[in-house]
Design a protein around this ligand. Structure first.
Ligand code: ATP
Ligand code: MG
Length: 435
């Protein structure tokens, strides 16, 4: 269920003055040590916490463009609301604690609500056991029933039945799904789940359970809407669960227009994450340099000027900035292992080369490259600006924008009601904007 990343080559950092890569681009996790790395977003933190307060549960939406820091934000908030250090809130003498789903849950195409419910329950059991010890599930009949439900589903999967919750990544070949699993009826699942959640609330004093559903933006809009509509009266209406839907810009307005019954369950306004300021990004880097330092005189592996340049070309897309910083470090280390800091000129050249190589690998036509260049120079544009790109009607413009979006060459930047803006991605700007 989790995203796949190339590993962090920790051994490469040995002797570098840093314990690990300060430009690690993986999302922050729900943990005390990662929480200390989280920077900024004060207003959004407040908003999120207010909107997920209380025991009733509901839906909260966190939206923002690719790589802006959505998963990290939600995980930092889950940590705060879990509150393992039992901090009291400013306004009351009580310390509130919410059970977080520690692993992120992702929706996949064609998932059945009942399968999805089982995934959710399994994730919650995992968290509870991680926090309270593995034996905890045996300490109560309702907790035991929850665990047994998952175990029996998995067993029926092994016995030659298939379960779609394993998804394509789980090694189940969808084409071979001739036999349907001995499906457990939805009401039974819901009943067991409700009792499990009730027990967690009553017995351990949690206010509610927090369940983030990640990456709604990678699925087609229709898939998301269909799923949410079908889950509206079952999954999404459970007591004591806060569902945190994480998606692209405009997720909330899409639900308002196309899944009204779901949007009615949403508490307040969406929490919208804009790109971080340059100051905040530099603070993220400096916080990590400090924390990971193993030697007092260790110098930053990459000069600040390079980070500023990446910030400019990517409109502050922090994941891209960290990804490229990591890329050039590993490339440089492979060539000059004895050198610990990369001079700014070399860093810059290496980023340009990398961007050129990525673009060349796509084999765009001459015309496509021209349009892309124009898009890069425009900073941001809409479909109805088609004439600027040499088109005489919107359709061909729409087609090329779709293709470029799919290839990661463009980003959706903002979305007011029915107006989508696009802008070129970092690598494209590195190639086409004169520096
Ligand atoms: N507020 C923050 N403080 C510190 N680090 C952050 C912050 N926001 C993001 N990061 C870092 O930026 C990188 C990207 O963040 P993250 O993966 O959370 O973005 P995302 O929006 O979920 O991306 P995607 O669209 O791919 O799901 C990670 O390395 C993360 O640690
Ligand atoms: Mg994410």
């Amino acid at each position: 269920m989790s995203e796949v990343y190339s590993h962090d080559y920790e051994e490469l950092w040995e002797g570098s003055g840093f314990a690990r890569n300060p430009y690690d681009y993986r999302p922050l996790r729900v943990s005390a040590s990662d929480r200390e790395l989280f920077v900024g977003r004060k207003k959004e933190q407040e908003l999120f916490k207010i909107q997920t307060a209380g025991s009733v549960g509901g839906i909260v939406i966190v939206e923002g463009s690719i790589g802006v820091g959505k998963t990290s934000f939600v995980n930092a908030m889950l940590y705060d609301k879990w509150n393992p250090e039992n901090k009291k809130t400013k306004s009351s003498m009580k310390s509130y604690t919410y059970l977080p789903s520690i692993e992120t849950i992702e929706l996949s195409e064609n998932i059945e609500p009942s399968d999805f419910m089982l995934t959710v329950l399994s994730n919650c059991i995992f968290s509870l056991e991680k926090i309270h010890g593995e034996k905890i599930s045996d300490s109560d009949k309702n907790l035991k029933a929850g665990k047994e439900l998952i175990a029996s589903t998995v067993r029926s999967g092994i016995d030659g039945f298939s379960i779609s919750i394993l998804g394509s990544g789980g090694g189940v070949n969808k084409n071979k799904m001739a036999v349907q699993p001995a499906t457990i009826p939805l009401p039974t699942i819901m009943n067991i789940m409700d009792k499990w959640f009730d027990t967690v609330i009553k017995k351990f004093g949690y206010e509610a359970v927090l369940v983030p559903i990640n990456n709604l933006d990678v699925l087609s809009e229709q898939t998301v809407i269909n799923f949410l509509n079908s889950a509206r009266d079952t999954l999404l209406s459970r007591q004591h669960v806060w569902w945190i839907l994480i998606g692209g810009p405009g997720l909330f307005s899409t639900l308002e227009t196309k899944a009204r019954r779901v949007s009615e369950l949403v508490t307040g306004q969406p929490v919208t994450l804009e790109p971080m300021s340059l100051e905040d990004v530099l603070e993220v880097v400096n916080t990590r340099l400090e924390k990971f330092k193993t030697n007092e005189d260790a110098k930053p592996p990459i000069p600040q000027g390079t980070i500023e340049m990446l910030y400019q070309v990517s409109n502050g897309e922090i994941r891209y900035i960290f990804k490229r910083l990591s890329d050039i470090i590993y490339e440089f280390r492979a060539t000059f292992p004895s050198e610990r800091t990369i001079p700014e000129q070399i860093a810059k050249k290496s980023l340009h080369n990398l961007a050129e190589r990525k673009l060349d690998a796509l084999n765009l036509t001459v015309r496509e490259r021209e349009v892309l260049k124009q898009m890069s120079l425009e900073k941001s544009f809409r479909i109805r600006d088609y004439s600027k790109f040499g088109y005489n009607k919107p359709q061909p413009m729409q087609n090329i924008v779709s293709k470029f979006l799919r290839l990661g060459l463009l980003r959706r930047v903002e979305r007011s009601i029915r107006e989508v803006y696009y802008s070129a991605a970092g690598d494209v700007n590195l190639v086409f904007r004169a520096s």
